[in-house]
Write a protein that binds this ligand. Structure first.
Ligand code: PGA
Length: 246
């Protein structure tokens, strides 16, 4: 896993957007996996700007999101459906027929996970997977201990994740469970780009990059991936040893 360190969040976001646009220019029908959270907001902002400037079209691409809270209807303000609509899909020319977010309100969540996994397979698999990383090293909602063999499934969120995300919910109570694309599915992506920003990610970034590959640090799985890159700002890179190229 190569790490690239950028001077600040804006530079990291700009580079992430540039990579997405490059892949689209190479292949307009690229199949992407996309994250939510605060980290990718700068990348989405930049992509929307480029779209508005007529520099890129997303109309031929396919998008899958990584995860969704279990029990939230798609128009719940804290749902990732709404997040994606407000920050990206609703602002660009993405084709709604090729834009997928797991349905947290599906009557049979296990069947919804199977359907989602099958949709990714039918699309030919993920070509470019963009990820954030949780303070505990999670990717998607694959919390520490998630099997590297896991597929899209219902998971229980860790207390730390629920606390970090609590502010999005009434009475500060985040849902206890979520649907997430699995570790094996992420690993099978042809290319992975993990984004991390801020000092509160520095420890988990260092553990992921410099520690053992272990299910207790989900992002460490990417060390075994043939084509994974980590884009960091200087704060997120601040616990790394000197072996990382700038
Ligand atoms: P964040 O979340 O970008 O809001 O820090 C990342 C994650 O939990 O994957």
């Amino acid at each position: 896993m190569r790490a690239r360190v950028f001077p600040d969040y804006e530079a990291m976001s700009e580079a992430a957007a540039a990579l997405v646009v490059l892949r689209l220019r190479e292949k307009p029908s690229t199949v992407f996996m996309l994250p939510t959270g605060t980290t990718p907001l700068g990348m989405y902002r930049r992509l929307v700007e480029m779209y508005r400037a007529g520099q890129v079209s997303f109309a031929g691409a396919t998008f899958f999101n990584l995860d969704e809270y279990l029990g939230l209807v798609p128009d719940h303000p804290a749902s990732y459906h709404v997040y994606m609509k407000e920050h990206f899909y609703g602002l660009i020319d993405a084709d709604p027929a090729r834009t997928f977010v797991p349905d947290g309100s599906a009557p049979d969540p296990a069947a919804e996970c199977e359907r989602y996994e099958a949709a990714m397979r039918e699309a030919g698999g993920i070509e470019v997977c963009v990820l954030g990383i949780g303070r505990n090293g999670h990717i998607g909602f694959n919390e520490p201990g998630a099997s590297f063999l896991s597929r899209t499934r219902v998971v229980r969120l860790s207390e730390s994740t629920r606390n970090v995300n609590a502010a999005d919910f009434e009475e500060n109570r985040a849902p206890q469970r979520a649907l997430t694309v699995g570790m094996a599915t992420i690993f099978e992506s042809r290319e992975v780009l993990l984004l991390a920003s801020g000092t509160n990610k520095a420890r988990t970034v260092a553990a992921s990059v410099e520690g053992e590959i272990s299910e207790s640090v989900p992002a460490s799985m990417l060390k075994g991936h043939p084509n994974a890159e980590l884009f960091l700002d200087e704060d997120a890179a601040s616990d790394l040893g000197s072996g990382v190229a700038g």
